[in-house]
Design a protein around this ligand. Structure first.
Ligand SMILES: [Zn+2]
Length: 337
């Protein structure tokens, strides 16, 4: 009898260990990343797939993406950045472009951002958010989490601030970035204008600069790099439900990301799920987003081609100017506190 019990117990142990191993195996990519970097390009919609974007191509070629993911309807900035950062639909979080001007949002507000969950999981981690459109830092990401927030008035200044962050040897656990110049071009010239498409190509250059700043510090070996848009554009603006406004890029690069085309059912708010999952944080139950099927698999070596853009004397001159402006603005920010 004793023998039978012992056999039964050993069998139970074997099955529970196998079960545990299976549970872990069935979640490839979970907690596999030390850092998550989310680059948001306002108004880019699916346009990275419609113009020449050499940086997008070299970064995501061996990874996962779609140019036809789904935006929130209404296709407006706050509604979508709100969902991308809180993992719920816009009716639930209720953010609008007006409401996000409010600078009092704190962690006891409903529908916390992914920064709240990252802070709970990693109390001492460096969390940063660099934005052109300051409403995201004011009214979506909570103001009491110790997130370093940088607002700058142009995309080149935002990009330089990020490059400076990495050159200074800092390695944020979670970084969110919002670039805004493509949306500005669409509002000024229309969403199907040459100026808009040129602006998307310029954003591709910033994407490459940010990626290279991260990679130069050796961080990409354990980082997840994500590109996402809030909405697309039409000739007359955005906010409606046309395919051009509703289709958005969702692109993910990392050592265990499969080379795959993501389903068109992928939503921009799935970025919230992907970010927490990669950092090993269980998804809060109220989230209505998910990690796209087939996104993660085996970890493997990946090679990313060098940045194809040759730096001209003008680029180098402008970089010095941007850095000087950022230093000055940084001093004013510091004194204003
Ligand atoms: Zn927008």
């Amino acid at each position: 009898m004793k023998k039978a019990v012992a056999v039964l117990l050993s069998l139970l142990l074997v099955f529970s260990c196998a079960g545990l191993a299976f549970a872990q195996e069935s979640k490839p990519g979970f907690g596999d990343y030390e850092h998550v970097f989310i680059i948001g390009v306002d108004g880019a919609g699916g346009a990275f797939g419609q113009v020449d974007t050499p940086n997008f191509d070299r970064i995501f070629a061996d990874n996962a993406y779609t140019h036809n993911g789904k935006a929130e309807y209404l296709t407006i900035s706050a509604q979508n950045w709100g969902s991308i950062l809180t993992g719920v639909d816009y009716e639930t979080h209720g953010f609008t472009n007006d409401s996000t001007g409010d600078i009092s949002r704190s962690s006891d507000s409903p529908n916390n951002s992914i920064f709240y969950y990252a802070r709970q999981a990693f109390p001492d981690a460096r969390l940063v958010s660099f934005n052109h459109w300051s409403n995201i830092n004011h009214g979506i990401i909570e103001n009491d989490l110790g997130v370093k927030k940088i607002n700058r008035l142009s995309d080149p200044l935002v990009t330089d601030a990020i490059v400076n962050e990495f050159q200074s040897g800092k390695a944020p656990k979670l970084m969110f970035v919002q670039l805004d110049d493509a949306d500005h071009a669409a509002h000024t010239y229309g969403g199907f204008s040459d100026e808009y498409y040129a602006a998307v190509q310029t954003e591709d250059g910033y994407l490459g600069q940010i990626y290279d700043a991260i990679d130069a510090k050796g961080l990409m070996k354990d980082s997840l790099f994500i590109l996402v848009a809030d909405h697309g554009e039409t000739a007359g603006g955005h906010g409606g439900q046309t395919p051009e406004e509703s289709a958005v890029v969702v692109a993910v690069a990392g050592h265990s990301v499969n080379q795959t085309m993501l389903s068109e059912e992928t939503r921009n708010r799935d970025v919230a799920a992907i970010a927490l999952y990669a950092l090993g944080i269980e998804q809060p139950e109220h989230f209505t987003c998910s990690v796209p099927e087939g996104l993660f698999g085996e970890s493997r070596e990946k090679t990313v081609a060098p940045n194809p853009a040759a730096r001209t004397a003008k680029d180098i001159f402008l970089t010095v100017i941007y850095r000087m402006v950022n230093l000055l603005v940084g001093c004013f920010d510091f004194l204003a506190k």
